[in-house]
Design a protein around this ligand. Structure first.
Ligand SMILES: Nc1ncnc2c1ncn2[C@@H]1O[C@H](COP(=O)(O)OP(=O)(O)OP(=O)(O)O)[C@@H](O)[C@H]1O
Length: 474
């Protein structure tokens, strides 16, 4: 206060007026009746009228003339309290105005000082932000729609005509709607992952994430942190800011645990807890988190056998096995082979810009083939022959040896009409041995593949005079 008095003593009133006029914010002073007493340069500019014409006018009249609206001085006089409002001045810009009461010595209002700040830019930025938020909302809705449409079209790629596959598709539709754990079993390449994704897309979680985790592809030392995440500084080498696990990332969606049999035993109890309570604890954490997820697991091994051997927790097995789905191998649903061949031919013709087509001979051979690698093997074969076939018409000679030899063997047996049964059987045996030798190269591996001892194989090779290419074997 003493300091203020010193400054006042040193400064003239003119000096104060200079200071107030140098401000970018408007200062507008009225008496307790709302009569304009003084305003600074910034305020004069805002009002768009010479100061001399404004002084003496009542704020209520200025308000009526549309100079500003509303008048904060009037609001202060009406409420008897300091007031802040957004004011439109001369319909030009938006101002944040605050009216303060300066009391006289008896404490009664003597002056009203209105202070205004231009917020036109801030208001514009805020309305731009509102527009952006609205746009983002619209884009997100459109994205969800597109996603749903894409889901619908990809569900058409579930190809299969056999009775067992059609029944499977019916089951999938029902399973999708029941928001519970599913266990998909079947040989490698039968389409377990493909089905898991279909279940997700047909479910109410389709707009949420589908997180595919291949338990055999993540090193055992990393799988816990990958799945459940960790807090910062949980272990040496951990990222400083911590890490969100795949379980959390699958929130509101589906977590697909492929090759579940490979999940380390010590993590199986943690997964069981997640299945039962939908809760988990990141590494280095002290509190549990919830995850709104559906778990679909898949395996191509016999889990029951692993339970018997003590390698898989029996309580986890029963918890996973609520809705079991078995996908039969392709050789047990041969009616699916043609549709899958045609679907893939179209797909790879389009991808490689080709016009390949199958001859009926090729279709026969592929129909008879056993497809140990199931749909994946079929897919790979079609892509390979679309690329390598010499003409647009794919013939048996374009097929790789594994498939071609079936036809050659079959033709051999059929044309050997004059041979006795023993001779025919021997012919077949020779064909099998030669084919296996071509594939496996050494007699040791060939014998193992044929399920006989190496010495028995050597006796047969000698008996039929089969030439061995490999010098070591010879
Ligand atoms: N019914 C089907 N219609 C069309 N494509 C299919 C079908 N089933 C499987 N496929 C395709 O076959 C390939 C192998 O399928 P997928 O990866 O789902 O097999 P999987 O059983 O999960 O194999 P793995 O046990 O090796 O993980 C994929 O490219 C998939 O798109």
């Amino acid at each position: 206060m003493e300091k203020d008095a010193e400054i006042l003593a040193l400064s003239s009133v003119d000096r104060f007026i200079d200071i107030l006029n140098s401000l970018a914010d408007g200062i507008f002073i009225s008496d307790a009746q709302g009569t304009t007493l003084w305003l600074n340069k910034a305020s004069e500019n805002l009002c768009g009228m010479p100061k001399a014409e404004l002084i003496g006018q009542n704020v209520a009249d200025l308000e009526e003339m549309g100079i500003f609206s509303p008048s904060v001085t009037r609001l202060v006089l009406e409420s008897g309290k300091p007031t802040t409002t957004i004011q439109l001045v001369n319909s030009r810009g938006k101002f944040l105005v605050t009216g303060h009461i300066i009391p006289d010595e008896a404490g009664n209002p003597e002056l009203i000082v209105a202070h205004s700040r231009d917020i036109t830019e801030a208001a514009r930025a805020s309305s731009q932000l509102e527009e952006t938020v609205a746009l983002l909302k619209r884009y997100s809705e459109e994205l969800q729609l597109m996603k749903r449409e894409a889901n619908q079209s990809s569900s058409q790629t579930l190809i299969g005509n056999s009775r067992s596959y059609l029944a499977l598709m019916e089951l999938i539709k029902k399973v999708a709607l029941a928001d519970t754990t599913v266990l998909i079993t079947g040989e490698t390449g039968v389409g377990k992952s493909h089905l898991a994704e279909q279940i997700h897309q047909l479910s109410e979680r389709s707009t949420g994430p589908f997180i595919h985790v291949n338990c055999s592809a993540i090193p055992e030392t990393l799988i816990e942190s990958e799945l459940f995440g960790y807090h910062k500084g949980a272990f040496t080498g951990a990222n400083h800011s911590g890490k969100i696990g795949l379980v959390k990332m699958a929130d509101k969606g589906t977590l697909f645990l492929d090759e579940i049999s490979e999940l380390p035993y010590h993590l199986q109890s943690k997964l069981l807890l997640l299945l039962q309570n939908k809760t988990f604890m990141p590494i280095g954490g002290t509190k549990t988190y919830t995850a709104d997820i559906r778990i679909i697991a898949a395996t191509n091994t016999n889990l029951q056998e692993l339970v018997r051997l003590g390698k898989f927790r029996h309580d986890l097995y029963y918890r996973l096995n609520i809705l079991p789905i078995n996908v039969p191998p392709l050789r047990e649903r041969k009616d699916d082979i043609f549709p899958l061949l045609h679907h893939n031919l179209q797909k790879f013709n389009a991808k490689h810009n080709q016009k390949r087509r199958f001859t009926s001979d090729v279709l026969d051979v592929l129909h008879q083939y056993d497809w140990p690698g199931n749909v994946r093997e079929l897919e790979n074969l079609v892509e390979r022959i679309v690329i390598t076939s010499k003409l647009d018409e794919i013939s048996v000679t374009d097929l790789p040896e594994e498939q071609r030899s079936i036809r050659e063997l079959e033709e051999g047996i059929l044309t050997l009409g004059s041979l006795s049964l023993t001779e025919r059987m021997e012919k077949i045996e020779v064909e099998f041995i030669m084919q296996a030798l071509r594939i496996h190269k050494t007699t040791r591996k060939t014998a193992a593949a044929l399920g006989i001892t190496q010495s028995l194989l050597m006796r047969r090779i000698k008996k039929y005079g089969i030439a061995l290419e490999d010098e070591e074997d010879a």
